[in-house]
Ligand binder design. Structure first.
Ligand SMILES: C[S@@+](CC[C@H](N)C(=O)[O-])C[C@H]1O[C@@H](n2cnc3c(N)ncnc32)[C@H](O)[C@@H]1O
Length: 362
């Protein structure tokens, strides 16, 4: 979590306490009076900084709309938060650091990049503190905001996520994140793919189901995907080549086409359940990371949504599964991870699996 100055912390606490007591947010004027600030513009500056750092959310041009981010309220018992010196907004770099695995906090790193510069994000963020990734915690709301900003219009963010089960209840983090990224940040939900896991550990759960799926919400920035090609995703039709009498088709304008004999195509479009083997997927090196996704998964998304000269980003790159796929598909890539140990695994994989020399950083 990004640190706050004492003044920003006081403003945040005031918003939190005021809202809890009155059940509505304080106005800018009330915040100004409480802190004896010079002008409402100063209040605005403080709230803007808190929003940028992911501590509060606001609705544009709505009075009394400031709210403490639900993610901050949830993550008060963070183990070892990534701390950063409170600095002015970073200088925006002119050139993206292409074809590199960068070690650092992805929110901070993305903040220095130009807007609308990335074609696709394929990632799986940490959530619900299910695993201890060397103790780092993440504000998913702030991450979504930066991902949205750096994506091009028509760009896609595919995010593998699940919910933790605790005392027979789901955390709902995946659903909360989808709502937050769409309602507050501005993404459209293009689709939710279900990633069906084969070979997941066969633990014998006495009192609940064995979870063998994860969600992959596919977020879209803008009106429509800039690129879409699902040829490689086709699967064989069960009755391919046979001629069958189909049911009457109903067109979108309501007209019905009468039942007729149809020859079934040998291949058909894949639906929204995508199946991957998890057992035996990848090398020992890859599995030095505790929570990787299948090697094939990023290939499927990149080929579908990323143009040939496009740029692929994984802001939580872990062992480098996304960057390996991007490089092997001849796309440019950027991978970021906060843990130096995992950056090293990703960098080694780039060398071994893609023959891609990486600068030595550690
Ligand atoms: C689920 S893992 C990603 C695994 C990856 N998909 C793979 O196949 O190897 C999530 C990663 O996010 C990293 N992480 C956590 N907080 C981060 C942050 N603020 N910035 C960058 N990386 C972070 C963790 O170190 C972890 O490696």
């Amino acid at each position: 979590m990004v640190t706050l100055t004492p003044k920003q912390k006081k403003v945040l606490d005031f918003v939190k306490e005021y809202s809890a007591k009155k059940e509505f947010a304080p106005s800018h004027e009330e915040i100004k009076r409480h802190f004896r600030l010079r002008s409402v513009a100063t209040v605005h500056e403080h709230l803007e900084t808190l929003e940028r750092k992911g501590y509060v959310i606001r609705e544009k041009n709505q009075p009394r709309s400031v709210e403490v981010s639900p993610f901050i309220l949830q993550t008060s018992n963070v183990v070892r938060a990534a701390t950063f010196i409170d600095v002015a907004p970073p200088r925006i770099v002119k050139k993206l650091p292409l074809n590199q695995i960068i070690c650092g906090d992805s929110i901070e790193i993305m903040r220095s990049w130009p807007s609308s510069s990335i074609d696709i994000v394929v990632t799986s963020p940490p959530y619900d503190k299910i695993r201890d990734y060397k103790g780092f915690a993440l504000n998913l709301s702030a991450a979504g905001q930066e991902i949205y900003r750096v994506l091009k219009n028509g760009g896609i963010a595919a995010m593998v996520i699940q919910d933790q089960t605790k005392e027979f209840g789901k955390s709902l983090t995946s659903f909360r994140t989808i709502l937050d990224w769409c309602d507050r940040i501005g993404f459209k939900l293009f689709e939710t793919v279900i990633y069906r896991k084969y070979g997941a550990e066969g633990a014998w759960w006495n009192k609940r189901f064995r979870v063998d799926h994860e969600y992959i919400p596919v977020f879209l920035k803008g009106g429509r995907p800039q690129y879409f090609n699902k040829e490689h995703l086709k699967i064989p039709s069960k009755h391919g080549g046979k001629t069958m009498t189909g049911g009457g088709t109903r067109l979108t304008n309501g007209v019905r086409i009468a039942t007729r004999a149809i020859t079934i195509n040998p291949m058909k479009c894949r639906g929204t359940i995508w199946e991957y083997m998890t057992a035996g997927d990848g090398s020992r090196l890859k599995h030095q990371h505790p929570a990787t996704f299948p090697n094939q998964l990023p290939y499927d998304f990149i080929q579908c949504f990323c143009p040939k000269e496009g740029i692929v980003l994984d802001p939580f790159v872990g062992s480098g599964t996304t960057t390996v796929a991007a490089k092997n598909l001849d796309r440019s890539y950027i991978g970021i991870d906060i843990a130096p140990e995992y950056c090293n695994i990703a960098r080694k994989r780039m060398e071994i699996e893609c023959n891609e020399k990486q600068q030595k950083m550690f």
